[in-house]
Write a new protein. Structure first.
Length: 232
């Protein structure tokens, strides 16, 4: 059996100065968005809700990009390799209906009540106890999710670039902290839009090359049929 260390060495990219220049340009662009968004932040409403002025298509792309993070790209790919197409049912049955319900049913309540967060909405709707409990649960969930995302990112960076995991975590956490502190929600959303196009620029060629390697769509279907048998 191949060891994880051997697999990581096999995946290592032959990086050079140009790769790090491109990476540096990306980091500068991320911070540039934060500094640009900072000019529009004057109140807490601007920081937390972007002044309620962002276009729908921008927030929509950011919402999609938020569901294309490290856990989705790495975790869903790993689950798909292990369990097959069953993994997609998590999105079709679980995630997509929930997101549609949030957008069509819950968002009008949040927007109409002029709140800045879900815990604040619960404070208006119920009482301080509900607000406190929701705030604590949200904070814990955010910390845990951020930790998983940073760890997943660090695994990929270590395998591809050879950076120690702690270095990747510190670098990523530093840049996220800076642009969020500078521009609040506007900075976060516009960086999500940037990352949306970066993710597409990577995933589309990978998909095309993967299909080409297995012989196109017909080759993929034949391989699946050979492994699992014909479906009725």
């Amino acid at each position: 059996m191949e060891t994880p260390t051997y697999l990581a060495a096999e995946l290592r990219l032959p990086t050079n100065w140009l790769d790090y220049v491109i990476l540096g340009i990306y980091f500068v662009a991320v911070l540039g968005i934060g500094f640009a968004a900072r000019r529009s932040v004057k109140t807490s409403l601007d920081f937390f809700l972007s002044g309620r002025s962002l276009p729908a298509w921008v927030t929509g792309l950011a919402f999609i990009a938020a569901n294309l993070g490290a856990t989705e790209i790495l975790g869903m790919a790993a689950n798909s390799a292990q369990y097959g197409v069953y993994t997609t049912h998590w999105y079709w049955i679980g995630a997509i209906p929930a997101m549609v319900f949030l957008g069509l049913v819950m968002m009008p309540f949040y927007y109409g009540s002029k709140v800045r967060s879900v815990p604040e909405f619960l404070l208006l709707r119920f009482d301080k106890a509900a607000h406190l409990l929701s705030s604590i649960l949200f904070a814990l969930a955010s910390i845990l999710i951020a930790g998983v995302n940073l760890y997943a990112l660090a695994i990929v960076v270590e395998a591809l670039l050879g950076w120690p995991q702690w270095v990747a975590i510190v670098v990523a956490g530093f840049f996220v902290l800076v642009y969020i502190t500078l521009g609040g929600l506007s900075s976060a959303i516009y960086n999500e839009v940037l990352q949306f196009f970066v993710i597409l620029a990577a995933l589309i060629p990978i998909t095309i090359l993967g299909l080409k390697k297995v012989g196109g769509w017909d080759g993929l279907s034949d391989n699946l049929t050979a492994q699992h048998g014909p479906t009725s």
